[in-house]
Design a protein around this ligand. Structure first.
Ligand SMILES: C[S@@+](CC[C@H](N)C(=O)[O-])C[C@H]1O[C@@H](n2cnc3c(N)ncnc32)[C@H](O)[C@@H]1O
Length: 246
């Protein structure tokens, strides 16, 4: 069935369901450890974090393959201070050596093909200056987040900035070989529904350490929560902090 929500409404729906929160505070603080950095925000989506990083005085490149998300980002207040690029890690500008790279709000899980994932980490490593840092989050498979992605616990109604309303709920397959298929059902302005399907990769802490090392990174920490909790402490996150050796 063709989608009746426009790309711009889907981007607005993403923003309505993903307001600034503790994960954003964490990533912004991570970047701000060094003032005036050259920052790569890979998988920047609608640019919530990207624009906040630029507003704190950093030089920022935001890259994403989703054209409607990037269009929404480009239209936001403060967007003029960011260089926006349509694409994946293959589109990272060669002429800049970045001090910091971030992949926020579980971008790592959207890169569900292992070949793409290895290429992405290698591209990011190449793009960083010696000593450059990388941070990203991914959900810990041990916390089995997919078990709570069901209609009973996820039904929400969102009002978009154009006044339209969207009722959403999630459904998910169980994890098979590290992959989960997530379906977002949407009822737009009360009429019959449409859905968005995504396949998410769930990688273990051991896999992340292996993949980061393979791409040339040293792993500083893998945390389990936004206040620096240990893995397995109940927040269900794996937050990887790594660096390119000097
Ligand atoms: C959950 S969104 C997160 C967006 C943004 N980082 C945030 O904090 O809101 C995941 C993003 O990953 C992007 N993405 C998917 N595959 C990608 C790839 N191979 N390389 C970079 N980004 C990708 C999607 O287009 C989407 O915008």
């Amino acid at each position: 069935m063709p989608s009746r929500m426009t790309g711009s409404q889907l981007a607005a729906l993403y923003d309505a369901g993903n307001q600034w929160s503790a994960d954003d505070d964490f990533f912004l603080a991570f970047v701000n450890e060094r003032p005036s950095s050259r920052v790569l925000d890979l998988g920047c989506g609608t640019g919530r974090m990207t624009i906040a990083v630029a507003a704190d005085g950093h030089t920022v490149v935001g890259i994403d393959p989703n054209a409607p998300s990037l269009a929404a980002a480009r239209g936001k207040h403060g967007a003029v201070d960011v260089t926006w690029i349509d694409g994946t890690s293959a589109a990272i500008p060669q002429e800049i050596k970045f001090d910091v790279a971030i992949m926020t709000a579980h971008v790592a899980q959207a890169i569900n093909d292992d070949g793409d994932w290895h290429r992405t980490l290698a591209d990011v490593n190449r793009a960083l200056a010696p000593g450059g840092r990388l941070a990203f989050d991914t959900r810990d498979p041990a916390a089995r987040a997919w078990e709570s992605w069901n209609p009973a616990t996820t039904r929400r109604t969102h009002t978009l900035s154009d006044g339209s309303t969207v009722e959403t709920w999630l459904e998910s397959t169980p994890e098979i070989d590290g992959l989960v298929t997530l379906t977002e059902h949407r009822v737009f302005n009360g009429s019959s529904g449409e859905k968005g399907i995504s396949v998410l990769a769930f990688r273990t802490e051991d896999q992340l350490r292996h993949d980061l090392n393979l791409a040339g990174f040293e792993v500083d920490h893998i945390l389990g929560g936004w206040a620096g909790e240990d893995v397995g402490s109940g927040q269900g996150e794996l937050i990887a902090l790594a660096r390119k050796p000097r």
